[in-house]
Design a protein around this ligand. Structure first.
Ligand code: ATP
Ligand code: MN
Ligand code: MN
Length: 371
């Protein structure tokens, strides 16, 4: 039931085995069959099926052996009839006709394109699609469309922020942010989270937690850091969201995409000279800098462990861990807290290890959380 416990699985790897993952990676389109199916259900707002395919993809990705016959998947969890039919198709023909149909669908293509812009969600993409818009040019030429500030910057830096961020770039940004933080509060706590903490080589952004040992000073620190980055002229965009944390509103029963900590979604300017090696660039691009998406989150120190666990991902791992807590332990876990429904009390934690211990699970390292 809990696919990550040590005993049940030495099979959860750090970096997904690319060769094996290629089972569902369609040879001629380079896209992952299950990710396409999940996305297509997401675009049609059929959440259950979307999650089912994401979970199936996670299970297959984690296998230390290649699936060569459908029978080999018999004892694997989370693979339903639909999933198996797609696996069978791929094993037999090297392609999935259902997936190909989706990929050639105009609505799918357009929503995929529109949602690739920073600040554009499925709802907005759908609205634009229904108005007959099909390309970025259509959107930008349509006078009646009001873009949010986030979307404006999403278009402005589209090329850069849709290009992967490398480990070296993430490290360079880490140094810049660390320097800014130390200059303001020498004993502040800064932690890399997200995909890079899980050992990924590339990411779509870089995520950090930032807090102070003294409770209540964390939000001011975040604002000062933003200010400093602005003065250094490396802040290209900042969407700041003040804390809305209210312990009386906790625990949240349903999984919330957003947490209540003070945070900012940034676009920063990274100079080539700051990066060991070079910037990630497309051929022929000789600029001396690129734009990178960065998330900074500032939980109060007494929520730090929960925030760290929640922001380290992966999304699928978080979903499965919360589900396990709820169903197997009668506990509610989110980015803020862990609540025991039986004892009717919050369980304190200083570290991620404490949280795993409360859940009665062996601790697993971030690199083992790449579900
Ligand atoms: P990538 O390389 O694509 O950035 P990632 O795992 O770092 O991969 P993110 O989208 O940066 O993905 O998110 C990191 C983690 O933070 C995820 O587990 C996600 O659940 C959590 N997260 C992201 N955005 C929010 C948010 N607005 N509120 C709460 N949690 C969030
Ligand atoms: Mn990330
Ligand atoms: Mn992020």
């Amino acid at each position: 039931k809990y696919p990550y416990s040590h005993r049940a699985s030495t099979r959860w790897h750090c970096k997904p085995n690319r060769r094996l993952f290629s089972l569902t990676r369609l040879q001629h389109t380079k896209s992952d069959a299950f990710e396409v199916l999940a996305e297509s259900y997401e675009f049609n707002e059929i959440e259950g099926r979307c999650l089912a395919f994401r979970r199936a993809a996670s299970v297959l990705k984690s296998l230390p052996w290649a699936v060569q016959r459908l029978e080999a998947t018999q004892d694997l969890p989370c693979l339903g009839g639909h999933t198996k039919a797609v696996i069978q198709e791929i094993l037999q023909y090297g392609r999935s006709f259902e997936v190909e149909k989706i990929l050639s669908n105009e609505r799918y293509q357009t929503l995929k394109l529109f949602t690739s812009v920073f600040g554009v969600g499925v709802k907005t993409a759908e609205k634009w699609y229904r108005r007959g818009l099909r390309s970025f040019r259509d959107i930008l030429a349509e006078p009646s469309i009001h873009l949010t500030r986030m979307q404006q910057f999403g278009f402005l830096h589209y090329g850069d922020i849709s290009r992967a961020v490398s480990e070296a770039e993430a490290r360079a940004l880490g140094n810049i942010i660390d320097e800014a933080v130390r200059a303001i509060t020498p004993d502040a706590v800064l932690a890399l989270t997200g995909g890079f903490r899980r050992g990924k080589e590339f990411g779509h952004d870089v995520d950090y937690l930032l807090t102070t040992p003294e409770l209540g000073k964390e939000e001011a620190l975040l604002l000062s850091v933003i200010d400093r980055l602005k003065h250094q002229s490396i802040l290209l965009y900042c969407d700041y969201q003040a804390s809305t944390l209210d312990m009386d509103q906790l625990p949240c029963r349903r999984f919330e995409a957003m947490d209540h900590f003070a945070k900012c979604f940034l676009i920063l300017r990274l100079e080539a000279g700051q990066v060991e090696g070079d910037l990630q660039r497309v051929e022929g691009d000789s600029r001396s800098w690129r734009a990178v998406r960065v998330d900074l989150v500032s939980p109060p120190i007494d929520h730090y462990a929960f925030a760290l666990l929640g922001w380290s991902g992966s999304r699928q791992f978080e979903r499965d861990l919360r589900r396990f807590a709820r169903l197997e332990r009668k506990m509610l876990l989110d980015n803020h807290a862990l609540y025991d429904l039986t004892k009717k009390e919050f369980l304190e934690a200083k570290t991620e290890k404490d949280i795993f211990a409360h859940l009665g699970l062996e601790y697993i390292e971030p690199w083992q959380r790449n579900a």
